[in-house]
Ligand binder design. Structure first.
Ligand code: CTP
Ligand code: MG
Length: 376
């Protein structure tokens, strides 16, 4: 199987002064998005990118290794023809896809390929026409068309290789899509349902729509994990989760040994991809000598928010023989939630007498954090 992704157009109507496939939606180029979907759908298919002469290197940098890059032609039809020349000999089924339909889903590729396999025909995804259609001449309506049998056509369009290549060799006029050229050669073309997301990005309004669609659909969430351990030190007061625990054995450490706050910091930094508490604060930085956990959390939160995230929630589990959370759980959760500016839940467990926590040598805390990329 092969997919020819045509990306050699100049994007005149988009008007960005660069070929359309290299315009970005949500910071990712149209070509990259189209190729990502193709690879998600079938990692083993031959992928041929038809790119503008001026952008062959850029296209190569965007595409994965193993992708065939060929220069395009003056028209879309010329570009597809250039792609067909690069087909590997073993390929039997060819899909032709507009890079400009960057939000097309994997499901659409699957629908098309399944139908080509079942029918041996050319297959195109289509959507019904919703607006009323009229034939006009010089601004005057001649007739209202029956829209019932009419459809909008999208890509990918799928074909048996031999027939498509032959049809292209025979073609002597310009067709508006591959299926029209294929049909002109006497072959059958059938339809499968298309999808709204496969709309073609043509104008600035289309690009804005694509940005809007992504905002709703793309995962803007990141999770992180953090763990921290401190040994008991009977000479120290206990600070845990930012609270003082009277009459409890304290924890040792360069700071106040607050394993709960430190695990939360690590989870937040991990979710934001900002490293960890050790690399961010320096374990022997004199500014943090004896510092309370809240200081670390406040600084971590500033870093995470500065990187464009807001905290969704945080969950912490304490593994320790003591202190017992008991009736302070609510107080602890409320305090940490205020510090993190998001819900924090706290649980506790013992380790059934096993390991350093079971031997009551220290406290471990594990935290997870969920961050959401702040809407742009
Ligand atoms: N295409 C191509 N080679 C061409 C013309 C178009 O590979 N000579 C590709 C485009 O890159 C696009 C698809 O065919 O992915 C559909 O074309 P269109 O939406 O018309 O894109 P452009 O030609 O780039 O846009 P415009 O017509 O506004 O210049
Ligand atoms: Mg065009």
């Amino acid at each position: 199987m092969a997919v020819i992704v045509v990306a050699a157009g100049s994007g005149t109507r988009l008007g960005l002064g660069k070929p359309k496939a290299f315009a970005e939606i949500g910071g990712v180029t149209i070509l990259h998005r189209a190729l990502r979907t193709v690879r998600q759908w079938d990692a083993t298919a031959q992928v041929i990118v038809v790119a503008p002469h001026s952008h062959l290197d850029v296209a190569r940098a965007i595409a994965q290794d193993g992708t065939t890059i060929v220069p395009g032609g003056a028209t879309r039809q010329d570009s597809v023809a250039a792609g067909l020349v690069a087909l590997e000999p073993s390929v039997r089924l060819v899909l032709v896809h507009d890079a400009a339909r960057a939000l097309t889903t994997v499901a659409q590729f699957e629908r098309v390929v399944r139908a080509v396999r079942q029918t041996g025909a050319g297959v195109i995804p289509s959507l019904p026409v919703r607006d009323t259609l009229k034939r006009v001449a010089a601004g005057t309506v001649i007739e209202t068309l029956d829209r019932e049998p009419l459809v909008h056509v999208q890509t990918p369009q799928g074909f048996p290789r031999t027939e498509l290549v032959e049809a292209y060799e025979k073609a002597s006029t310009e067709f508006t899509d591959d299926a029209a050229l294929f049909a002109a050669s006497g072959h059958v073309v059938t339809t499968v349902p298309g999808e709204e997301l496969a709309f073609k990005i043509t104008t600035p309004a289309d690009l804005a729509r694509a940005e809007q669609e992504l905002r709703g659909s793309e995962m803007n969430l990141r999770t992180g994990i953090g763990i921290d351990v401190h040994a008991y030190d009977a000479a120290e007061p206990l600070w845990l989760g930012g609270l003082y625990w009277p009459d409890e054995v304290g924890l040792s450490g360069h700071s106040d040994g607050d394993a709960v706050c430190h695990a939360i910091c690590d989870a937040l930094l991990s979710a934001a991809g900002l490293g960890d508490i050790g690399s961010r604060f320096g374990t022997d930085d004199p500014r943090f000598e004896g510092a309370h956990g809240e200081v670390f959390i406040a600084e971590t939160l500033a870093m995470v928010e500065g990187a464009g995230y807001i905290v969704g929630n945080v969950a912490v589990q304490i593994v320790a023989k003591h202190p017992r959370l008991g009736d302070r759980r609510g107080e602890l959760e409320a305090h940490l939630s205020r510090l993190v500016n998001a819900p924090v839940s706290v649980a506790a467990t013992t380790s059934d007498g096993l390991g350093f926590t079971g031997r009551a040598e220290g406290v471990a805390a594990v935290a997870t954090a969920l961050l959401e990329m702040r809407p742009v």
